[in-house]
Design a protein around this ligand. Structure first.
Ligand code: CO8
Length: 263
């Protein structure tokens, strides 16, 4: 597929998707979501890719939200359909069996914050701005913002952001626990890539299992979560990676992970 609204670049084990509608601050329209869905499928089916980085084209925005020009024309049923499309694609991002890092390089508003929140963690430039300003449009978030934000930061802080539509800078987002690291604008991708390479060098089976167990465990009680962890631990033990990792430690060498399950 030829992409018009995103750029997809793969180098070794790391894929980068860049939202590429800089004239509208990379706002999310239906066409962009269709392209993102195809790109995520092709990344998921590429066995060699271990980490995905998401970022925005230009210096100003990661994603400034849903495309308000498109949104303003929707009737309620079309809005529901669009919210469903966005949620489906953003769920696909959250459930990727590889790590996903949001490198937020500017405005991440509305759907932009919601996209970043579906990644495993967020690195932000000093110029990044987060917010869920839907309430200022007479709306609420429709791509998971009410749910993911209140699970990530204290619900009272999430509610203040949702009720006021206030925007916050990267450092404040970091102090709330939304952002892992704040970097200089021109060093953001370097930091994201460094962490991506670190993750890519680890066992693939362990990575996908750790991600799945954390994600599933967040929605269940501790006892059920510990059960999920035990079962998943056993699956990891069956992998070639676990044999290689433990053997390499005992042989005092670096492990070479292949990411395959033994028969
Ligand atoms: N949609 C469409 N166009 C946009 C958007 C957007 N979200 N954001 C910016 N643009 C466009 C502007 O219209 C402008 O275009 P033009 O040059 O043709 O006039 C261009 O990008 C540059 O923007 P500004 O001139 O406004 O730049 P400023 O530096 O003055 O301001 C801001 C930057 C603060 C980011 C400002 O553009 C802004 O407030 N944007 C809107 C932010 C927003 O409200 N986002 C939330 C959108 S709603 C949403 O995400 C809901 C998701 C759930 C949907 C559920 C399905 C129904």
């Amino acid at each position: 597929m030829m992409y018009e609204n995103i750029l997809v670049d793969t180098k070794e084990e790391i894929a980068t998707i860049t939202f590429n509608r800089p004239k509208s601050l990379n706002a999310l329209n239906g066409a962009l979501f269709s392209e993102l869905s195809v790109a995520l499928d092709s990344i998921q089916s590429d066995e060699s890719i271990r980490v995905l980085i998401l970022t925005g084209a230009g210096e100003k925005a990661f994603v400034a939200g849903a495309d308000i020009t498109e949104l303003a024309q929707f009737n309620p049923l079309q809005a529901k359909e669009f919210a469903h499309k966005g949620q489906t694609v953003i769920n696909k991002l959250q459930n990727l069996p590889i790590a996903a890092i949001a490198a937020v390089n500017g405005y991440a508003l509305g759907g932009g914050s919601e996209m970043a929140l579906a990644c495993d963690f967020i690195y932000a430039s000093e110029t990044a701005v987060f917010g869920l300003p839907e309430i200022t449009l007479g709306l609420i978030p429709g791509f998971g913002g009410t749910q993911r934000l209140a699970r990530l930061i204290p619900p009272n802080m999430a509610k203040e952001l949702l009720f006021t539509g206030n925007m916050i800078k990267a450092e404040e987002a970091k102090s709330l626990g939304m952002v892992n690291r704040v970097c200089k604008q021109d060093e953001l991708m370097e930091h994201a890539l460094k962490t991506a390479k670190n993750i890519a060098a680890k066992g693939k089976v362990a990575l996908r299992t750790a991600k799945e167990v954390v994600n599933k465990g967040l929605n269940v009680d501790l006892e059920t979560g510990l059960f999920i962890e035990r079962e998943a631990f056993a699956i990891c033990m069956a992998s070639e990676d676990a044999k290689e990792g433990t053997r390499a430690f005992l042989e005092k060498r670096k492990p070479v992970f292949k990411g395959k399950l033994t028969e």
